[in-house]
Design a binder for this molecule. Structure first.
Ligand SMILES: [Zn+2]
Length: 354
């Protein structure tokens, strides 16, 4: 049986304070272009982004909206994530328009950072990332050897964002849900791909592809300003729902308790009141597991806390992130998506090296 604890984790529910909106492309990088050359992705993404930001400002004056660009200006990909990280955003929304050779491809889709390397996803991310080749010859050193034209380069970007994957997936699914009524009606769903701009951000992040500029039906929608308002409303409605879920979830955080029985007598002092400790989250599932559950794969001393629908299970306990990282390497062999969690006064949050 899980032990109970009388420690209360969360007196102050976490609030979304800052949203970063990233209008794709800009300046000398037009993004995808319509066949008649009249419509450029960069203008559509900026128009939708500014409308989305205005909606958020209007409904939530307390939330700060940060744009990676507000004008027709070229911003390198790494600067976009830097702007997001520096501003300590709580959510990153990158807005794009798709374009492919096949004129039949149409519909909207939302990407999260992830390990899916099916070839069509890869093509989209290669297209979006190829903007870094426009940034000059030093891009390989700037992006740590990342070559946008080499599929192998994408493999290294997979696991790094798992800490925020759950929230990114939630937001992505809400964007697709709220896009169901159009203006682009075909829903291509949620996808995972190695977008550089998502990889470098240390917060829940999505990349929305509004539709295909290369498809006649999608273009007729994308080219009209009044539809930009609708796109913005769809993403805004997704944000509204996400915000209430997120804030409800964090106010419902329940204390960290032992899941699999402790090793020795560590349990009582396992949550120092003011100290920062580190644990490794091994999984999040929507039910309480028996201590003997095979899901723990033999790990002892696993603790958990409940956040909204999820029971989040953590192994180990360390005074420094370096120690936790050693354990992370071991645990990732058993639990692929494991990541480090920081507990400050018992309140857990994903740990990112900034
Ligand atoms: Zn794009």
């Amino acid at each position: 049986m899980p032990l109970t604890s009388d420690r209360v984790l969360c007196q102050n529910p976490v609030k979304i304070k800052r949203v970063v909106i990233d209008p794709g492309h800009g300046g000398h990088d037009p993004g995808t272009i319509s066949a008649n050359r009249r419509f450029h992705e960069k203008n559509i993404t900026l128009s939708v982004s500014l409308k989305l930001g205005a909606l958020i400002n209007q409904e939530y004056p307390d939330i700060e909206v940060i744009y990676t660009r507000k004008t027709d200006k070229f911003i390198p990909l790494d600067q976009r994530s830097e702007i997001a990280n520096k501003s300590k955003g709580d959510l990153f929304i990158s807005i794009h328009v798709n374009g492919v050779g096949a004129k039949s491809a149409s519909g909207s889709e939302t990407f999260v950072m992830g390990p899916d390397h099916s070839s069509s996803n890869l093509k989209v991310s290669m297209l979006e990332n190829s903007v870094i080749t426009l940034e000059g010859d030093d891009y390989q050193s700037k992006y740590e050897g990342f070559d946008p034209n080499n599929p192998e380069s994408y493999i290294i970007f997979t696991l790094l964002q798992n800490a925020h994957l759950e929230q990114s997936l939630t937001f992505a699914s809400l964007v697709q849900k709220h896009s169901a009524g159009g203006p682009v009606r075909i829903n291509r769903g949620i996808k995972q791909a190695g977008f550089l701009v998502l990889w470098k951000t240390t917060m829940p992040s999505v990349l929305v592809e509004l539709g295909f500029i290369t498809n006649t039906a999608d273009l007729s929608v994308l080219s009209l300003e009044k539809n930009h308002e609708k796109f913005a409303w769809n993403i805004f409605n997704a944000f509204k729902e996400y915000r209430s879920m997120y804030e409800k979830e964090s106010s419902e955080l329940q204390p960290v308790v032992t899941a699999t029985g402790n090793q020795g007598s560590k349990d009582e002092k396992s949550l120092p009141d003011d100290n920062i400790i580190f644990k490794v989250q091994i999984m999040a599932v929507n039910r309480l597991l028996e201590p003997s559950s095979h899901f723990f794969k033999g790990e002892k001393g696993v603790t958990y806390y409940k956040a909204g629908r999820f029971y989040k299970y953590m192994a180990g306990e360390f005074g420094s992130p370096e120690e936790a990282e050693k354990e992370l390497i071991r645990l990732r062999k058993k639990f692929e998506g494991a990541f480090i969690v920081k507990l400050k006064k018992g309140v857990p949050s994903p740990y990112n090296k900034r």
